[in-house]
Design a protein around this ligand. Structure first.
Ligand code: S3P
Length: 162
């Protein structure tokens, strides 16, 4: 069933995790961050505080290569490691949720995400740097639509590809 997993990528706040309940009607869905939290036994913010970002990226890459499902919701930084981009492109299909920075920031600024603590300017720089990495995705979807419409679009593309 999941011989072509769809990896949903995009910056923090683009609505990846929100798609869980919409996509699950159509296939198996995995939220990578939730798998990481259950494997490490702690929240991602706590893991970052204790072991740092690089250790988190190690775990993230490992988990990415261990899981499979029809739809895999990734964390925004999964593209930080080029090996992850190669993995997602070779193993399945990378789908990018695209949203302007200001909209992402409004959604994430009061959240407990560890990178948000760095402040708007730094997060904006991160957004700009990652933009070219997200562009390695096969498809880019306008994430300003409702989650329901985004999910419908993803399901339609999957139907065309499988
Ligand atoms: C991160 C995004 C987060 C989470 C971690 C690091 C990032 O996931 O994986 O805080 O580097 O962009 P979301 O994109 O679901 O917020």
């Amino acid at each position: 069933m999941n011989d072509n997993p769809f990896y949903i990528v995009g910056f923090m706040g683009t609505g990846k995790s929100t798609l869980f309940s919409f996509l699950k009607e159509y296939g198996e869905v995995i939220d990578l961050d939730l798998v990481i939290e259950s494997m490490t036994g702690m929240e991602i913010a706590t893991y970052f505080d204790r072991y740092g970002e690089s250790a988190f990226r190690d775990v993230e890459s490992k988990v990415l290569q261990q899981v499979t499902a029809d739809y895999i919701l990734t964390g925004g930084g999964v593209v930080e490691r080029s090996e992850n981009i190669c993995w997602m492109r070779e193993r399945g299909t990378m789908i990018h949720l695209n949203l302007p920075f200001d909209m992402c920031w409004e959604r994430i600024k009061d959240s407990a995400r560890p990178l948000v603590k760095r402040g708007r300017e730094d997060v904006h720089a991160l957004f700009q740097r990652r933009d070219q990495l997200y562009r390695k995705a096969s498809v880019s979807i306008d994430a300003s639509q409702s989650p329901e419409d985004i999910a419908k679009q993803i399901i339609r593309i999957k139907g065309e590809k499988v």
